[in-house]
Design a protein around this ligand. Sequence first.
Ligand code: ZN
Length: 504
Amino acid sequence: MSDARADLERMRRALAEVADLSAASALLHWDQETGMPRGAIDGRSEALATLASVIHAKAAAPELRDVLDRLLGDDGAAALDEDERAMVALAYRDYDRSSRLDDRLVRELAQSTSRAQAAWAEAREAARFSDFAPHLSRLLALKREVAERLGYDAHPLDALLDDYEIGMTVGSLEPMFASLAAGLRDLVARVVDSGVTLDDSPLLRSTPIEAQRAFAIEVATAMGFDFECGRLDVSAHPFTQKIHAGDVRLTWHAKESDLRPGLFAVVHEAGHGIYEQGLPRAWERTPLCEAASLGVHESQSRLWENAIARSEPFWRHFLPRLAARSTAFSDVSVDAMTRAANRVEPSFIRIEADELTYNLHVVLRFSIERDLFAGAISVADVPAAWNDRFAELLGVRPRNDREGCLQDIHWSMGGFGYFPTYALGNLYAAQLVRAADRDLGGLDALIARGELRPLTEWLREKVHRHGRRHKPAELIRRATGEAPSSRAFLDYVTAKYSELYRLA
Ligand code: ZN
């Protein structure tokens, strides 16, 4: 075996250890959210902190750097195939980024975010931004320092965006979000002016949780989620936790009086879960067997949740199946169900927003993060900037900071640059659905027959099996023939909501 082959084995062994320890940490985290007794929190925090430091030490070990340096040299380039070179490049990128942050900065960030989260929860409760402002200032300063250390070309936020969406920059997001906001503002205004209100009561019929669970599992199974390699449990907020490829866990939180939080959450999380289950097994425990980005991950969940499970063909097939499990739905029509699932109403809280207004919430957050990092606005300006821009985008003005700039936890966790991935997920999803519809000769007919697997297989081929091999923009271009843009999404929502709201 050449030296380069031996080094590649060394690298893979080191990364596999990191992956296994991360799997153990993920399982502890999942348990904490689903079944851990209250009294276990202190012991669990210590166990997780110890694991985190062992993982960091292994991931940032100088021996790993030596191996990576040799593999990146001429010998490595000659002895490795294309996939292996991509694996080495990603491993080096991850190593380099974590080693640029020293111990002091990592510790200060951990302490400041943990204090900021507690302060944020109290400030939100009191609807008083000024209580949270000093923490936000502190985190902003630390994250600016992170950005300086990681490096960027044009805008400091670029360095942080890169953590969630490799290659995405403020400069590439701005035109995309500007056209998105302009198109959506216009469409939302026309929906509001139409005078039409969609009745959501068909989704508000009381249904036993067990029947909801059986139905949600039926839908997730039809989508292609493999329950032999996954499960569904209850947690306060729904999430997907991959332990490893053979163990992907979904959670949900159903409400007897409302089908929406349970069903659409399971469909959403199953979309995430199917992506995790479809990542390339041959590259397991390497950086190639990971999602391409948060935006691509979100595209997989939104696509199923919005474009499929809120569509008329979906309900044509699945409404009789729901009615078979709960008589509450026996007199509901497919049209009524479809309208109920697509009611639009400008509202203040992002996580409760409908498909049409949702992206405007994200555009707003991105503009504020961008201006904070550029120094164009100060922390003290945030509430006013938020409320003014919100009114401009959505036509209504938050009455207090709880409805406004204090609603999301992300900034208190230092998660600047995270929000754009939610909107990117919606844009990618629309592009993928359009391409799949073209390639498969029409999705509607398949969905109406309950044949969801062809779409899953298409996604496996175009997205899942590539893991983290391509940057997200390149992956989307290869899958759909087009670079990421807002056009497919605007076409999709314009067609869909024009019909639902009978717009001229
Ligand atoms: Zn999601």
